[in-house]
Design a protein around this ligand. Structure first.
Ligand SMILES: Cc1cc2nc3c(=O)[nH]c(=O)nc-3n(C[C@H](O)[C@H](O)[C@H](O)COP(=O)(O)O)c2cc1C
Length: 319
């Protein structure tokens, strides 16, 4: 998610679950080819499994960037065919690509020639007036002929005119049945459902009908949700970490990154939701966003205080 799932955010989220697949923000091919590659693609191997999401539509450029993804150690390249922003529309990629399955297929062909990673597509279930099952079916059929076998479907259509990207994540109604129907039509492909999911019980329900679920805003705003995923969804008996342990694990990372010149707040802003719905959540958020004397050590102290307070709260409730 742009401006959200940068490397610091991903490092933090990975502490919650070893098995979820993380995705980068959408990176445009232009930025990757002409920009600061180290800054854009650099990451920690602990973030793996990690997919690089590309925004672009020029087959040659998409191929170059896919090779970069492989060289930099990513595990998947994902094509963004769902973003409706006007800047992206001007570049003729994102959600517009739903109208251009042949071009997406050509991109995939070129990408596969230069890179051995799986190429996947994230898209919407429709675009403007084009929102029939057949429209989406034709897109998936054509794109899969080029070799894409994993589709992430945001279960809403996108309106290219008149709605902002934020409104495009809220106003078009969710249609999970459309995604289930696609899975039935293409049983061999991996179909991942996205949109509006905010609890693990919802994830489990959807997983009876599709192969996986992608969480966006819920994972960002309530990251601790992910701490039960390995146990509950992947069936791995790793002990769940506490919020305090997550903060403890972040400290050396924060200190190291600060030494390399990264401002502390550029990293801690992603930790704002850690105490979501816990006693002291507001104190935590306020401290992270406003305190001029924020340091990793003080962050840890506050996490210890909030944890002790939460324990007292639980103890007094059970008396
Ligand atoms: C701030 C923000 C940035 C986003 N950036 C991207 C992006 O770069 N690429 C993408 O495929 N989707 C992006 N999305 C959309 C989400 O991936 C997701 O499809 C959408 O929010 C619906 O899922 P959710 O209800 O679980 O959040 C973004 C969403 C938000 C809130």
């Amino acid at each position: 998610m742009m401006d959200w799932t940068d490397r610091h955010c991903r490092y933090f989220l990975r502490l919650m679950s070893k098995h979820i697949r993380l995705y980068t923000e959408m990176l445009s091919t232009q930025a990757l080819i002409h920009g600061d590659t180290d800054k854009l693609l650099g990451h920690c191997s602990t973030e793996h499994p990690l997919a690089l999401q590309l925004g672009g539509c020029n087959p040659k450029e998409m191929a170059i960037c896919s090779q970069m993804a492989e060289d930099w150690g990513y595990q998947e390249v994902n094509i963004n065919a769902g973003c409706p922003s006007s800047r992206v529309q001007q570049g003729r990629f994102g959600a517009c690509l739903l109208n251009e399955p042949n071009l997406v297929a050509e991109c995939i062909n070129n990408m596969q020639q230069r890179c051995a990673l799986p190429i996947t597509v994230k898209t919407r279930i429709g675009l403007d007036e084009q929102d029939s099952f057949d429209f989406l079916h034709r897109f998936i059929e054509r794109v899969s002929q080029a070799g894409c076998q994993l589709f992430i479907l945001h279960a809403r259509k996108a309106w290219l005119q008149g709605l902002s990207p934020k409104e495009n994540r809220e106003i078009p109604p969710l249609d999970y049945n459309r995604v289930y129907a696609i899975k039935q039509a293409f049983p061999k492909f991996t179909i991942v459902l996205n949109g509006g999911i905010c609890s693990l019980s919802q994830v489990k329900n959807h997983c009876q009908k599709v192969d996986g679920v992608m969480l966006g805003r819920a994972a960002y705003h309530n990251p601790f949700l992910l701490s039960q995923v390995d146990q509950q969804l992947f069936g791995v008996a790793t002990p769940e970490k506490s919020r305090l342990e997550i903060v403890e694990n972040m400290i050396s990372y924060l200190q190291n990154q600060c030494k390399q010149g990264i401002p502390l707040k550029a990293m801690t802003r992603h930790m704002m939701g850690l105490f979501q719905a816990q006693p002291g959540a507001r104190t935590w958020r306020r401290f992270l966003s406003n305190d001029p004397n924020l340091t990793p050590r003080r962050l840890l102290n506050l996490a210890q205080t909030l944890t002790a307070r939460a324990k007292q709260h639980v103890a007094s409730c059970s008396l």
